[in-house]
Design a protein around this ligand. Structure first.
Ligand code: ATP
Length: 325
């Protein structure tokens, strides 16, 4: 018999499409196993401020298709303090919550690990971030939706770029990670992709533009926001100086990449992981992130999950070189 009788669920850090589907899966799985479930608003901030409410089947009706998070999310400075975490623990006790599912990214898991070590509350994490930069899952919740949003936006940009023979420099999210840029860049047939993981040689970019296909009227360069070249405006400045006769434009996609209805991939991933998280807590697991690796649900200790992926798939990098000719 499991000692877990009452699970709390929260979303924390940056929001990502599919978080609602994950909340729904956690709530429905808990009820399926006769476990009470409480929603915690605004991540750790709401845990500290006592924003807890009991959830039932209906609380998660009609949300699987919605972006954002019905539980809201926040970045909590107070949770980084011992007093803040003590208050959060006292609120959990007061509501009878004895385990947590925390949906978020590396910061959320770092906080969860400290909380477990201090109060021994079991926590299982779900990878809720558009960046796909956690170890222990092939894809994070929201990544597939985000790259599809980029692809839809850049396809539209390509239409106008083609009509005007323009060069577009498109900035996508990714302060430390080029995974959004890389996959979406391949998906839109970008001429060049600039990512933080690789040293940007601006002369190589110039060479590609100068000696690349002359018959292709439009050109798309995808730049991750954290690339060392300094983002899309900086790259555009350099390109304009070198090729003053190019009709160069910049588009920064920004927060549209976080929103929108999750793709079916993200909904299924969230559903699988939400159920797996509840089952893991009932089996007595804690301090781990649920992920899907090679099609199977796997659990990775938080301390390993938060080691950022620094190596990109060399096969994908080679694709860019071959296909952008
Ligand atoms: P994203 O990847 O989308 O940014 P994230 O989970 O990494 O998501 P953060 O803002 O880094 O987002 O972290 C979420 C919250 O986790 C923080 O606001 C804070 O409350 C908590 N947290 C992060 N680091 C720590 C820490 N060292 N100690 C305690 N709590 C922490």
């Amino acid at each position: 018999m499991s000692t877990v009788k009452h699970i709390g669920v929260l979303t924390s850090g940056g929001d990502s499409p599919g978080m609602n589907a994950a909340i729904r899966a956690v709530v429905r799985a808990a009820l399926y196993y006769d476990v009470k479930v409480t929603g915690i608003m605004r991540g750790y901030e709401g845990m500290i401020n006592g924003e807890l409410f009991e959830m039932d089947r209906k609380s998660v009706a009609n949300i699987i298709q919605r972006g954002g998070t019905i539980l809201k999310t926040a970045r909590s400075e107070a949770f980084k303090t011992t007093e803040g975490r003590k208050k959060a623990y006292e609120n959990l006790k007061a509501h009878g919550v004895d385990a947590l599912v925390a949906i978020g990214g590396d910061g959320t898991f770092t906080g969860a690990n400290i909380f477990i070590s201090e109060f021994d509350v079991p926590v299982i994490g779900l990878p809720g971030t558009i960046d796909n930069d956690l170890v222990g899952t092939d894809f994070t919740i929201g990544y597939d939706t985000a790259i599809n949003t980029v692809v839809q936006a850049v396809d539209k940009i390509r239409d106008t770029a083609e009509s005007h023979d323009r060069l577009f420099i498109v900035e996508v999210m990714g302060r430390d990670s080029g995974l959004i840029a890389l996959r979406s860049g391949i998906g839109v047939g970008a001429e060049c992709i600039l990512i933080p993981e690789l040293k940007t040689d601006i002369n190589e970019l110039f060479n590609r533009l100068e000696y690349g296909r002359k018959d292709k009227a439009s050109k798309i360069i995808i730049v991750a926001e954290g690339d060392e070249a300094g983002g899309a405006f900086e790259v555009a400045k350099n390109v304009k100086e070198r090729f003053p006769n190019y009709d160069t434009r910049v588009s920064v996609l920004g927060h549209i990449q976080r929103g929108g209805s999750p793709t079916c991939m993200d909904r299924v991933l969230s559903s699988r992981l939400g159920v797996a998280a509840v089952e893991a807590l009932l089996e007595g697991r804690k301090g781990e992130m649920a992920g899907v690796v090679n099609g199977h649900v796997e659990f990775t200790p938080f301390k390993n999950a938060i080691k950022h992926i620094s190596e990109l798939n060399p096969g994908l990098l080679k694709l860019v070189e071959i296909l952008s000719l």
